[in-house]
Design a protein around this ligand. Structure first.
Ligand code: TYD
Length: 133
């Protein structure tokens, strides 16, 4: 089973503008404990570069686009997010790097836990050793 997958979120299309909603435990496999977003990312910058011991997340390109490099310690894939009705689900123990942010893009993140620095693995070699077991 893969550590990541694209979730096609509900879309209410309307001439007045479209609407997407997310219910924790229904559209995503966790309850939402935290929301944060990345914005004003300068061209050429990259974010992430870590994994989490327990945290699960859903990443959404709320505006614009960016790429997410995902890695389970054995397999690496680059996923481009460019539609606000797609969410990228990341399980715990998934290394991620975000880059290629378009100008004005916003990366919205729903997270299963509050911020806990002790939940981060910031060194790739340590992550890989732990992931492969
Ligand atoms: P970090 O998760 O390393 O950023 P990214 O993965 O997007 O590159 O977080 C950057 C800084 O922000 C770090 O000092 C911790 C702080 N932070 C919080 O205080 N609360 C949060 O919910 C998040 C995500 C980060």
């Amino acid at each position: 089973m893969s550590n990541w997958r694209i979730i096609d979120l509900p879309r209410i299309t309307d001439q007045r503008g479209n609407l997407t909603f997310i219910e924790g435990g229904r559209h995503i496999p966790f309850s939402v404990a935290r929301v944060y977003y990345l914005y004003d990312v300068p061209g050429g910058a990259s974010r992430g570069g870590h994994a989490h011991l327990q945290l699960e997340q859903l990443l959404i390109a709320a505006t614009g686009s960016f790429d997410v490099i995902v890695d389970d310690g054995q397999r690496r894939e680059t996923i481009s997010l460019r539609r606000s009705y797609y969410g990228l689900y990341l399980s715990n123990m998934t290394w991620r790097e975000l880059d290629n942010f378009s100008s004005g893009s916003v990366c919205l993140v729903l997270a299963s836990r509050p911020y806990e620095e002790e939940d981060y693995i910031r060194d790739y070699a340590s992550f890989q050793a732990k992931a492969i077991g």
